[in-house]
Design a protein around this ligand. Structure first.
Ligand code: PMP
Length: 397
């Protein structure tokens, strides 16, 4: 029996299950896991940055001093000291975020699912930028919305298009910094315009920001959250600044929406692991991130520079690519006649992998784009992989 064919399963499935698609990247990672492959495909952070000793020590301290609490069930909205720590970190001189606005989730991916549960009905209009994070498309699609792609250019979402098509939308998905997959960052003026337009139309903005701390120069643009905390839902994650294996993220929303998320989360998993939350709080409460994040930034900046220099040396001039100021990704646009899915197959045969661009588009798929991640490959191998890929592309021109 073909296991992916729902009709081969003689059970009465939901319509939703029949339409479910597997994540193209998660499937592709199975192909690219062979050790001989130079993989620019994964969205994985560099394991060299995982603070193993610090976490080991924090686990030890939490289990020794508070083991009975850490191993017990906990509150659905999260461990109170961690919620307070996040609220303080998100507050600015002008805008105070309260802990009652913070919901701890099991990775921000769960935040996307919970938000979809409370905001989207079948057929609801949902606005997303083009291209966008494929895991968000997957999370929204489970609730069968009318996904509409907003025109986006080299600097991100075009506000006029949101104004034109946004009336009645249930949400606008707008990752602001070093976006996945393109690496681009939404400038301050566009953030302000989007916040004003969406406030007028009463459309919540989902500001999904797992990469915001990874700015190579250390500077950060103002969050849309602090421009309008009544109309913007901000999502953060510990995956890229600590480790993804702990599955810890958070959603900051107006208090009434946070209570809805709490009910949705009760039904999903009761709460995020209390042990994990306590350990992370223990590891971070004394300012650890202030030393740790600069280490990640430096490493990723060097890796990015190595990849950009290799692309300059080995990619044919007919290609276009982004030059990110932070985060983990570079986005490449090939000449129109090159299909990146086909290129992927030929490239994997030569032991180099990337992610073809089509799964990042909800509609009007561009078949000539691809995403490269530079953070997990050692620098000499980055050069080798880009040289091989450049030669393969050159052979098609
Ligand atoms: N949002 C974006 C834009 C992402 O790139 C990712 C992970 N790659 C996530 C959310 C999910 O992150 P996590 O669940 O690990 O917090």
């Amino acid at each position: 029996m073909k296991i992916e064919d729902p009709h081969a399963l003689h059970l009465p499935l939901s319509e939703r299950a029949k339409n479910m698609k597997s994540s193209a990247i998660r499937d592709l990672l199975k192909v690219t896991a062979r050790p001989e492959i130079i993989s620019f495909a994964g969205g994985l952070p560099s394991p060299d940055t995982f603070p193993i000793a610090r976490l080991k020590d924090a686990f030890d301290r939490v289990l020794s001093a508070q083991g009975k609490v850490a191993l017990q069930y906990g509150p659905t909205d999260g461990y109170a000291p961690l919620r307070e720590w996040i609220a303080d970190r998100m507050s600015t001189d002008g805008v105070r975020i309260g802990p009652e606005q913070v919901t701890i989730v099991s990775g921000s991916q769960q935040g996307l699912d919970l938000l979809s549960k409370v905001l989207i009905d079948k057929g609801s209009k949902v606005l997303v930028e083009t291209p966008t994070y494929l895991g968000a498309l997957q999370a929204f699609s489970m609730y069968e919305p009318d996904l509409q792609s907003v025109e986006s250019d080299d600097i991100g979402l075009v506000p006029e298009t949101v104004a034109r098509i946004g009336q009645g939308a249930r949400l606008l998905y707008a990752p602001p910094n070093f976006q996945n997959p393109t690496g681009r960052t939404l400038p301050l003026s566009r953030r302000r315009e989007l916040v004003a337009i969406c406030a007028r139309m009463n459309v919540p903005i989902i500001e999904d920001d797992p990469y915001g701390e990874l700015s190579y120069g250390g500077e950060r643009l103002q969050k849309m959250l602090t421009m309008n905390s009544a109309g913007v839902v901000h999502m953060g994650s510990f995956s890229k600044i600590l480790t993804p294996g702990i599955r810890l993220g958070y959603v900051i929303a107006p208090p009434a929406l946070s209570r809805m998320l709490e009910k949705a989360k009760q039904a999903t998993d009761l709460h995020t692991s209390q042990l994990t939350q306590m350990v992370v709080y223990e590891a971070l409460k004394d300012g650890f991130l202030d030393q740790h994040i600069p280490v990640i930034r430096r490493l990723y900046a060097e890796q990015c520079e190595t990849m950009l220099a290799a692309m300059q040396d080995f990619f044919p001039p007919a290609l276009k690519w982004t030059r990110p100021d932070g985060g983990m990704f570079i986005w490449v646009t090939l000449p129109r006649h090159i299909d990146s899915q086909q290129l992927f197959e030929e490239s994997v045969a030569q032991d180099v992998a990337f992610v073809p661009g089509t799964p990042f588009y909800p509609a009007n798929l561009a078949t000539n784009t691809l995403r490269l991640s530079f953070v997990t490959v050692p620098r000499p191998r980055i050069r080798e992989g880009i040289e091989r890929l450049g030669k393969l592309i050159a052979s098609k021109l």
